[in-house]
Design a binder for this molecule. Structure first.
Ligand SMILES: Cc1ncc(COP(=O)(O)O)c(C=O)c1O
Length: 418
């Protein structure tokens, strides 16, 4: 693999220069709950507030600038997701709010007795909005996962699909154990039968390239704060279905895509930051040392960067996996096979013998190593794995700014718990 230069990347992130309470540099392995942001994102948000702060659709300069910034962010997100039009990019508070809003809109479109397939591996934000439709007479059916490697039992899908199936809602990758799901295959099976598809790409987005056109999905949601941006949610809506839905909206709001899916005044400084986050990701391959390639499109630069990020993260996964496997008191959940590291993100769910996940996270926090414990709202998988009553999992979440030395610091901390 190409030598991934990590220092020019880390230099972009002021948070990575902070020391923690113990006086050591902080190790951020909490990325699946939110990543740090580069200086360019901070600058974009601050600059917006200084130079362009206004509401939208006015006749004066700051308002026109705001309209332009929103449009530019939609274009950037279309490039990030591989969408062909900025009009298919809906912006909202976060993925959860956007998904509830969408499920509500779909409720008026679907009929009682229609069926929705969800997966047991998902975050609740891709389950609860669909379960809410049971009140309207719809039926939710569950796609299980294998407990030994935490991968979806995709061969069960054909048995679950009936002539009443209208939607399959599935995650791109698990925020609890890192499994990357075969979404391409799932969408292909759905499309053969005219079933709509909703993809929760929140966990996957910082780890690999998304291409909504190649996937052929109807909806795909993600959250900028998981991919080095601010707290803003994004929903891709395919125009064919988007035009047919009638989401709740205030009457003066336009009736066209994407505006009709958006409610109230958006987080405008956040939106300025989202564009900067996409531009940061487009620049990663050059920062990491690949030859500069002026002239290629932003989409191509994003594709190269995400490819490099995915390759670098596999080296982190390998290191983490080997280290964790060498600790007899640590149990790993999810894919552990070296040959299948491309089927997972560098997010690992583990348990440490004799300690609750909260105790492990606390002991690591004392060393300024930040990991999450609990179910991270991935309540179904944690429950299925039988861990709900004992504190869930410890989640170690690396991203492309994580170094090998940081992984070693984590492993030392875990080693001492044995
Ligand atoms: C896989 C996954 N889906 C959905 C969400 C919810 O995202 P948001 O906080 O933007 O609502 C999260 C947040 O952790 C997540 O990890």
């Amino acid at each position: 693999m190409f030598n991934f230069k990590i220092q020019p990347i880390r230099a972009q992130f002021p948070a990575l220069r902070q020391t923690g309470a113990s006086g050591q540099p902080r190790v951020y392995l909490d990325g699946p709950a939110g990543t740090q942001v580069p200086q360019s994102v901070i600058d974009a948000m601050v600059n917006y507030l200084i130079t362009s702060n206004s509401n939208t659709h006015g006749q004066f300069e700051t308002s026109r600038q705001t309209d332009e910034i929103i449009h530019e962010t939609r274009r950037a997100m279309a490039d990030f997701l591989g969408a062909d039009s900025p009009d298919s990019i809906v912006i909202g508070n976060n993925m959860t709010t956007l998904t509830f809003h969408l499920s509500h809109a779909l409720a008026n479109f679907l009929q009682p007795g229609d069926e929705i397939i969800v997966s047991r591996l998902d975050h609740d934000a891709n389950i609860a909005p669909w379960l809410a439709l049971e009140k309207r007479g719809l039926r939710v059916r569950w796609l299980p996962f294998s407990h030994d490697d935490c991968t979806l039992q995709i061969d069960r899908l054909d048995q679950l699909i009936t002539d009443r199936t209208r939607l399959i809602a599935v995650g791109y990758a698990s925020n609890a154990v890192g499994t990357i799901n075969p979404v391409q295959d799932i969408i292909a099976r759905a499309r053969e039968r005219d079933i709509l598809t909703f993809i929760d790409a929140v966990h996957y987005a910082p780890h690999g390239l998304i291409d909504v056109q190649a996937l052929g999905c109807d909806f795909l949601a993600c959250s900028a704060y998981k991919f080095f941006g601010p707290h803003v949610g994004i929903l891709y809506v395919h125009p064919d279905i988007g035009e047919r839905l009638q989401p709740d909206k205030v009457r003066p709001q336009e009736d066209t895509l994407p505006d009709k899916f958006e409610t109230g005044t958006l987080n405008l400084e956040g939106i300025a930051g989202v564009r900067a986050a996409v531009d940061y990701l487009a620049s990663v391959h050059e920062l990491a040392g690949a030859p500069a390639d002026a002239g290629t499109s932003r989409r191509e630069r994003i594709a190269r960067s995400m490819q490099m990020i995915a390759e670098y993260e596999q080296t982190l996964s390998r290191k983490l996996l080997r280290g964790l496997q060498s600790l007899p008191h640590v149990r790993i959940y999810g894919i552990q096979d070296d040959a299948r590291l491309h089927q997972r993100t560098p997010t690992f769910g583990i348990r440490v013998e004799g300690l609750s996940p909260a105790e492990v996270a606390l002991q690591l926090a004392e060393r300024d190593i930040y990991v999450w414990d609990g179910d991270f709202f991935a309540m179904e998988p944690v429950r299925q794995l039988g861990l709900a009553d004992s504190g869930g999992l410890v989640r170690i979440g690396a991203v492309h700014y994580t170094t090998g030395a940081e992984i070693e610091r984590l492993l030392e901390g875990l080693d001492e718990m044995g």
